[in-house]
Write a protein that binds this ligand. Structure first.
Ligand code: ADP
Length: 401
C-alpha cells in the first residue's frame, strides 16, 4: 500500500464497547484493528493492533463516551508513523436496525432523523449506541462521509407472507410489528463467498446460511437474496442461543408471567439473558462449557446440546423445502466455524435429502480454517466459512462513496 492510499474506517459501537477495523479502500486488506471496552467506566481498556505487524498496544484509562472513544481510536490511527486524516475515504458503521432501509445509506439529516424517530424504538438496546458512533465520527472527522450498514437490510427482500406475523393487521401498520431479521451483513458475506466456492454466479445459487455465534440465526438465500430468516421482530425468535430462548409458545410466556407475577422487564430479562443454553443447562451460555459438561455426564448439558442442534436441523429442513433444494449449507460465526460436534450433530441422518458429511474434513475445519466438509458424493455441499462483517461493511461503504 502506498503512503497516500485511501482507507476505510469501520466502526461497530455497542453499549460500552467500540470495535474498529481499517481497510485499504478497494481491497480486502485489513491494515489494523482494535477494541475499546468499558466505555463510560474509569478503567476502560483500549486494545490496538499496531500497523506494523503483530505488536499489540493495550492501555487503560477513562474513556467517557463514544466521542472520546473515537478520539482515542483516531489518536492511535493518526499518530506518528500512522495514517493521515486525508487518507480516510469513508467511515462505515454497523447499525443493527435499519427499519425500512434495504441497502446501506450515506448518512445525512434525513437518514439520521429516520434512525432516531423510527429505529430507536425498534432496537432500543442497540441503535442509540450505533447512532452515537455516527454522531461522534461526524464530530471528529468533519467532511468524511459516514455510511450506515444495517444488520436488517439483507432481509428486506423477504416477501410479506414470510415477514408478517398472524396477529391483528393493525399492529403491523401501527407499530411496524413484523419479522426484520438480523446478522444480515454476515449472511450476505458468507453467501458471496459460498458462490465463489461453488464456482457459480451468485444469482444461480440456493443457500442455507447458518450464523451460529452467541446469537444465532439461519437464512434461506436464493440468487443472493434472502427469502426467510429465523430471527424476527427482535433477535429473540428462531433457534436456541447462548442465553436467548428462540421459538417458544407465547402462551407459555404469558402463563409464567402470570404465575410468578413478573413485570415485562423481568420476563424480557429471562427470555433474553437467562434462557437458551444457559437456561436449560444451568451451567453456561458457552457451547464449549456445555460440551465439556455433557462429556462429563451432566444430563442437562447433554439435553441443552441436543436441543440446540435439533432446532438448527429443523430450520435447515424447512429452508431446503422453501428453496426447493439447496446447493450448499454454510456454517459461520463462533460456533459454526469452530464446533465440529455441533455440525456433526446437526447434519447427521440427512443423506436422504442429499447432505452427506465427511467426518474427517469436519473435524479438521476449526480455528479460522475455511472449506468444504461434505463428502465428495454429497449432492448438497456443506461449507465452513469465516464471516467478516467489518470487511463486508467496508466493501459496501466503499461502493457508496
Ligand atoms: P458473537 O455472537 O458475540 O459475535 P461469536 O460469533 O464470536 O459471538 O461466537 C461466540 C460463541 O462461539 C461462544 O459463546 C462459544 O459458545 C462459541 N465457540 C467458540 N469457539 C467454540 C468451540 N471451539 N466450540 C464450541 N463453541 C465455540
Amino acid at each position: 500500500m502506498t503512503a497516500n492510499a485511501l482507507i476505510n474506517l469501520i466502526l461497530n459501537c455497542g453499549s460500552s464497547s467500540l470495535k474498529y477495523k481499517v481497510f485499504e479502500s478497494g481491497t480486502e486488506n485489513c491494515l489494523t484493528s482494535g477494541i475499546i471496552e468499558r466505555i463510560g467506566a474509569p478503567d476502560a481498556v483500549i486494545t490496538h493492533n499496531a500497523l506494523n505487524g503483530n505488536a499489540v498496544d493495550r492501555t487503560s484509562g477513562e474513556v467517557k463516551n463514544h466521542s472520546a472513544a473515537i478520539s482515542a481510536v483516531l489518536a492511535r490511527l493518526l499518530g506518528k508513523g500512522g495514517f493521515k486524516k486525508r487518507q480516510i475515504k469513508t467511515v462505515g458503521h454497523r447499525v443493527v436496525h435499519g427499519g425500512k432501509y434495504s441497502a446501506p445509506m450515506v448518512v445525512d439529516d434525513e437518514v439520521k432523523n429516520y434512525l432516531k424517530e423510527v429505529t430507536f424504538e425498534l432496537a432500543p438496546l442497540h441503535n442509540p449506541f450505533n447512532f452515537e458512533g455516527i454522531v461522534a465520527a461526524e464530530k471528529n472527522l468533519p467532511g468524511v462521509p459516514n455510511v450506515a450498514v444495517f444488520d436488517t437490510a439483507f432481509h428486506q427482500t423477504i416477501p410479506d407472507f414470510a415477514y408478517m406475523y398472524a396477529l391483528p393487521y393493525r399492529y403491523y401498520t401501527k407499530y411496524l410489528v413484523r419479522k426484520y431479521g438480523f446478522h444480515g451483513t454476515s449472511h450476505q458475506c458468507v453467501a458471496l463467498r459460498a458462490a465463489k466456492m461453488l464456482k457459480k454466479p451468485l444469482s444461480k445459487t440456493k443457500l442455507v446460511t447458518c450464523h451460529l455465534g452467541n446469537g444465532a440465526s439461519l437464512a434461506a438465500v436464493r440468487g443472493g437474496k434472502c427469502e426467510d430468516t429465523s430471527m424476527g421482530y427482535t433477535p429473540l425468535e428462531g433457534v436456541m442461543m447462548g442465553t436467548r430462548c428462540g421459538d417458544v409458545d407465547p402462551a407459555a410466556v404469558l402463563h409464567i408471567m402470570m404465575s410468578e407475577e413478573l413485570s415485562m422487564h423481568d420476563m424480557d430479562t429471562i427470555l433474553n439473558k437467562q434462557s437458551g443454553l444457559l437456561g436449560v443447562s444451568g451451567i453456561s451460555n458457552d457451547l464449549r462449557d456445555i460440551i465439556k459438561a455433557a462429556e462429563d455426564g451432566n444430563e442437562r448439558a447433554a439435553l441443552a446440546f441436543t436441543m440446540y442442534c435439533y432446532r438448527i436441523k429443523k430450520y435447515i429442513g424447512s429452508y431446503i423445502t422453501l428453496l426447493n433444494g439447496a446447493d450448499a449449507i454454510v456454517f459461520t460465526a463462533g460456533v459454526g466455524e469452530n464446533s465440529p460436534a455441533v455440525r456433526a450433530e446437526v447434519l447427521k441422518n440427512l443423506e436422504n435429502i442429499g447432505i452427506i458429511t465427511d467426518p474427517v474434513l469436519n473435524r479438521a475445519m476449526v480455528s479460522g480454517r475455511e472449506g468444504k466438509i461434505s463428502a465428495a458424493s454429497s449432492p448438497v455441499k456443506v461449507f465452513v466459512i469465516a464471516t467478516d462483517e467489518e470487511l463486508m461493511i467496508s466493501r459496501l461503504a466503499d461502493k457508496m462513496t
